[in-house]
Design a protein around this ligand. Structure first.
Ligand code: CA
Length: 225
């Protein structure tokens, strides 16, 4: 059974979602507050998160940014105001989809299924270790074919993020969100600069190793095999 965590402070909305998801055989848990939900994310490791933007203790966007530093769990935002959609899409908070209230629970369930299919497909088709990469999070290092890459903190975090979802195109803003803990001035250029040094270090261990692709106007992806 796939596990869905709902973080939503309105019991009526949560109840409808829980009912619709359970009908479709999902294992569902629900929290009203961001803090409780964040804790459950690590304790229970859901397959997908449904996250309300307007929560009593913190904003869903802020919570999403915190989550993205530790997890790539798919996130569907619930938003009451259409103007927030611009933030979700425009600011590239790191969510995967959004639904505006009022919505039909069936619509949410349909989106949950699409996203889970997409994310399980991605992780099944590409195993980074089959392609020579080993990410050791506890040692904060990445090796290729047994050779440890000498990476700075930002280069390590960039490569780890790209390898977490091979083929996925990350925009510079998304990479920024996941990698940089302090704001910097011209962030797009700092992403580009670190990608450049990262590429040259990858070539140092193997001259044909060039997995990071540039997608003009969109961002970067890691393409293996
Ligand atoms: Ca709310």
């Amino acid at each position: 059974m796939q596990k869905i965590l709902i973080i939503e402070d309105e019991p009526g909305i949560a109840d409808n979602l829980i009912y619709a998801l359970k009908t479709e055989q999902f294992d569902v848990q629900w929290d009203r507050l961001a803090e409780e939900g964040f804790k459950k994310l690590t304790d229970w490791s859901p397959d997908l998160l449904i996250l309300d933007v307007g929560l009593p203790d913190t904003n869903g966007f802020e919570l999403c940014k915190r989550i993205r530093k530790i997890s790539q769990v798919p996130i569907i935002f619930l938003t009451a105001r259409t103007e927030e959609v611009d933030r979700i899409v425009g600011l590239e908070i790191g969510g995967d989809d959004y639904v505006t209230k009022p919505f039909s629970p069936r619509e949410v369930v349909a989106r949950v299924k699409v996203i889970l299919r997409r994310s399980s497909g991605a992780s099944n088709t590409v195993n980074v270790e089959e392609h020579g990469f080993v990410v050791e999070e506890e040692k904060a290092r990445i090796s290729y074919e047994g050779k440890i890459l000498e990476l700075t903190r930002y280069e390590y975090l960039l490569l780890k993020t790209l390898l977490s979802q091979p083929e996925r195109v990350f925009s510079r803003a998304q990479l920024m969100d996941r990698v940089w803990t302090e704001p910097t001035g011209s962030f797009e250029r700092s992403v580009d600069t670190h990608i450049k040094t990262l590429r040259s270090k990858l070539r140092d261990v193997d001259e044909n190793l060039n997995p990071i692709k540039t997608h003009r106007g969109l961002g970067y992806s890691c393409t293996l095999g």
